[in-house]
Design a protein around this ligand. Structure first.
Ligand code: TXA
Ligand code: MG
Length: 339
């Protein structure tokens, strides 16, 4: 299959909508990461998403909608808190777990009775959903296990020959996937993202929990509420170790390592030139938003440059830094050392 990459315009959106109505899969930009979209009501179309990504069948997909009313097409018995969060954060990077409607394709939510829903802030994504005329199920548009794509070029790296069309909407401004919140019981963030637990707690006026596994490796036998959390994720080919130290400690640690081919630092902008080994950077030192925007691109660059062993600077966990740390920990297989 030829994979076409088209800039966003009325014509390309119409073309993409026709593919979607025909049960095909199309990659679309969102404000978080690129998504691999298909008609959420069509089981065969959803099967093509799982096939294109080589995704485990029990890992449920997020359904994307273009208006508040669309929520009623995909969910039933919607809890009041879901409406409150939707009003506060949509359109935007918050996926809310709600009871699913039977009419959704069964494989969208991997056998669960719930479905994750979000209204993306990216205008092209909403235009595409409207043009297709149906909610679109869309996981991140990477091969299962590899870093999520934040540009059309990343999508092409993973999806060339596997899907017919990629809509190119430029670089995704947020750079990490949406926050996933469960409202069954105490509100719980299953996956940290751009919308923080504190922001959600302020809107709901109650405490919000962070699911185990978001900051530490899952314990043996632990079954995460979000099935995606049990899989290895965001992994470049290199072995990453997070170094829990300030820049001085980090550069001293790096200085003591052998300077062999394939050893890289993953650090913040303007730190790279002060190190004794080659470096890839992922955002400004005290700016978690820029780190979120740069992390996945940096992980892919490490692969391209043939990195085998990577020592990473530890991000601060304030605000969206929690999501940055969550993704980096997973990319590192939870390897972290104090030098
Ligand atoms: O920002 C995003 O959310 C991106 C863009 C494309 O919208 N999408 C994305 O989808 O990251 P995906 O499939 O890569 O991640 C979905 C996550 C998985 O960890 C999955 O297990 C969880 O959401 N999830 C989906 N539905 C769920 C449900 N019903 N209950 C619990 N977790 C769910
Ligand atoms: Mg994903």
């Amino acid at each position: 299959m030829e994979t076409e990459v088209l800039n966003i315009c009325e014509e390309s959106l119409q073309k993409a909508a026709l593919f979607l109505q025909d049960g095909q899969v199309v990659a679309m930009p969102t404000e978080t990461v690129y998504g691999l979209a298909a008609n959420a009501f069509c089981q065969e179309a959803i099967e093509k998403i799982f096939a294109a990504k080589a995704r485990p069948q029990d890992n449920p997909l997020i359904v994307h909608i273009a208006s508040f009313e669309d929520l009623y097409l995909v969910a039933s018995n919607i809890p009041k808190k879901a409406n409150i969060l939707a009003k506060a954060f949509w359109p935007g990077p918050l996926s809310i777990i709600v009871p699913r409607r039977q009419t959704l394709a069964p494989n969208v939510s991997g056998g669960l009775l719930t479905v994750g829903v979000r209204m993306p802030a990216h205008p092209a994504a909403r235009r595409l959903i409207k043009a297709a005329g149906v909610p679109l199920a869309a996981p991140s548009a990477n091969m299962s296990g590899s870093p999520s794509p934040t540009s059309a070029a990343h999508v092409l790296q993973d999806m060339q020959g596997r899907i017919p069309l990629i809509l190119d909407g430029g670089i995704c401004p947020v750079g990490v996937e949406s926050t996933v919140i469960s409202l069954a019981g105490v509100p719980t963030v299953l996956r940290p993202g751009f919308v923080t637990p504190d922001e959600i707690a302020t809107v709901l006026q109650e405490d919000v929990l962070l699911a185990p596994g978001a900051e530490s490796p899952p314990q043996d036998g632990f079954i995460p509420e979000s099935p995606g959390m049990k899989y290895k994720h965001y992994s470049p080919k290199a072995e990453i170790t997070i170094i829990d130290a300030n820049f001085e400690g980090f550069s001293q640690f790096v200085l003591n390592q052998k300077n062999e081919q394939g050893i890289f630092a993953l650090c913040f902008d303007e730190e790279g030139e002060k190190l004794t080994i080659p470096a890839v950077t992922y955002g400004k030192k005290n700016d978690a938003k820029s780190q979120a925007a740069g992390l996945f691109c940096a992980l892919r660059e490490l692969d391209e440059r043939g990195a085998k062993i990577v020592y990473a600077r530890k991000p601060n966990t304030k605000g969206v830094g929690l999501a940055v740390r969550n993704r980096l920990l997973r990319a590192a297989g939870f390897r972290e050392i104090v030098p």
